[in-house]
Design a protein around this ligand. Structure first.
Ligand SMILES: CC(C)(COP(=O)(O)OP(=O)(O)OC[C@H]1O[C@@H](n2cnc3c(N)ncnc32)[C@H](O)[C@@H]1OP(=O)(O)O)[C@@H](O)C(=O)NCCC(=O)NCCS
Length: 160
């Protein structure tokens, strides 16, 4: 079935249970949903994937949330959402796009590197500090935040 990737002017119209796949915290979601650019993937008009990206510093945006419904994983939707966001960042004069993922997120790290992001650092114990409850993913504690970034002037050829 055909995927349609498009910018969405009303991030609040994105189903919350979809956004919870990447970020189950209402407090966090509410802090960025209204100040983000949103992209969605629709199949037969149903939103099956979404990405939220907000300006954080001059010339810098951060992808705060990328979520695809599980039956649609591994079909290239995540990659296309990131490509749409990077294009938008470039069009709005940004120089850098950032993204973070938890230490158990090997699939996410593969995806982001395939899209042109590089690992730039680790925020040790980020999740222990910010989350009341221990998060277990892929059989290990999600404890550290892996920080990644893409410099747009260096990555022009990788977007395809
Ligand atoms: C992470 C997520 C957005 C990926 O979306 P997706 O649409 O499945 O990703 P894509 O199909 O575009 O995958 C692109 C690349 O990622 C990698 N990848 C994706 N899923 C993979 C898997 N299960 N195993 C191994 N690699 C995988 C592959 O390297 C793939 O590249 P390829 O096409 O060359 O094989 C999706 O799995 C998801 O929503 N997960 C839950 C929420 C989440 O973890 N969000 C990120 C929080 S940091």
């Amino acid at each position: 079935m055909e995927h349609v990737i498009e910018e969405c002017g009303d991030p609040r119209s994105i189903p919350q249970d979809l956004l919870y796949l990447a970020d189950p915290s209402d407090e966090m979601l509410n802090a960025y949903v209204d100040v983000s650019f949103a992209f969605v993937c629709r199949i037969d008009r149903e939103i099956v994937g979404a990405l939220l990206m907000m300006p954080t510093r001059p010339f810098t945006m951060e992808i705060m949330n990328i979520s695809v419904r599980e039956p649609y994983w591994n079909q290239g939707i995540g990659r296309k959402l990131i490509q749409g966001a990077v294009k938008k960042a470039r069009e709005t004069g940004m120089r850098k796009v950032e993204i973070g993922t938890g230490n158990p997120g090997v699939v996410q790290m593969l995806l982001y590197q395939k899209c042109g992001f590089r690992i730039t650092g680790v925020e040790f114990d980020y999740f222990r500090r910010c989350c009341a409850e221990k998060i277990i993913e892929n059989g290990i504690e999600c404890r550290d935040m892996i920080r990644m970034e893409m410099h747009l002037d260096e990555e022009t050829q990788k977007e395809g």
